[in-house]
Design a protein around this ligand. Sequence first.
Ligand SMILES: *Cc1c(COP(=O)(O)O)cnc(C)c1O
Length: 417
Amino acid sequence: MSHSALWYPYAQMKTLEIQRKVVRAEGVMLEFENGEKLIDAISSWWCVIHGYNHPEINEAAISQIHQFAHVMLGGLSHEPAEKLAAKLVEITPEPLKHVFFADSGSVGMEVAMKMAIQYWSNQGKAEKKRFISLYRAYHGDTTGVMSISDPEESMHSLFHGSLLPQLFVPPPEGRKDLSCVEPALEALENTLKDYSAEVAAMVVEPLMQGAGNFNLYPERYLQEASQMCRDYGVLLIFDEVATGFGRTGTMFAADRAQVCPDIMTLSKALTAGYTGMSATLATEQVYNAFLGDSYEKAFMHGPTFMGNPTACAIALKSIEIFERENHLEKIAAIEAQLQEELGDLRAPGIVDVRVLGALGVVETRNRTDWEGIQEFAAERGVWLRPFDRVVYTMPPYIISSEQLSQITSVIREWFQP
Ligand SMILES: *Cc1c(COP(=O)(O)O)cnc(C)c1O
């Protein structure tokens, strides 16, 4: 592939093999050039919650395109963006009242960071501009959010010197044993004690650190951390780019944890995999800090494609379907089935099996334990993409129980041929 015009993500182009070429996708199935059909076990990087080629979402997009595909949000407004903002305020925790749109998860998190910094500087506290983040965190690939992503995993060393110096604390690891919570909180409190005067916000992926090896951790941590942030005068930001829209079993991880952050970012499943978009939500308190008689206090951000009407129409339809189809019940059924079919999986090399909502994870000691799994799964009709020492499934919520069994069987067979 060394002469490919197309540069692929996270890939060594010199040795990359030919990629499977998708020609169609329907429901949970990906269809390839050679006629092969595979179940997408990971919802195209976790976003295709209603499956591919959904007739109603197609229709919503096409109908919006026929009216106007895009207009700028600078100096203009339109119903799709106004309606989506109101809908997001309605379905997220009560205190979140205002929505700022952008184009992707990374940019939505950049917006969250800038919002937190300007929140303090608008109040004369310009020195509060650093962030506390967790080891294993992943908040995206742009340079601002790379600085709050895990310093070892996110290529900090490669970009050393060009990233903002942030503060990292260990996350609680694992949900099964609450004893991980206390030491993690202690480390957080020590950091807050020493640095709160220069910290704008703490940033977390609530309950599930996605790209950080799918670390699942207890609600307790978020409840206590939230209180500590309040006590030390530090904002709390939830990155719900991956957890939003049902993935952990409730609409938002914030609901499951019963913690409301000051700022929350949504993306991935927001547009059901149709197009890039993010929403950064803020409480009244955060929003009010930007109000004033002068322009100076206004929030200084505005991406070209902000509030793109087609994306908004898609998101509105996706949320309507989510509510109408009662997806939370479907997710509970997926969780029970994943628990049933993977929960007791034991084999040499496996160090942990964990399930939460519509996420099932099998972790091995070495990444080499998974060498060849992708082809093995494809031969059995399933598209998987191992991630370091983990194989996981995050299926579209429309998956049938037979199709889900097909995914779990592939993982079981890998260990018990
Ligand atoms: C995927 C992801 C991002 C980045 O989103 P992009 O749309 O890829 O920029 C940020 N945070 C979390 C938790 C994610 O899972």
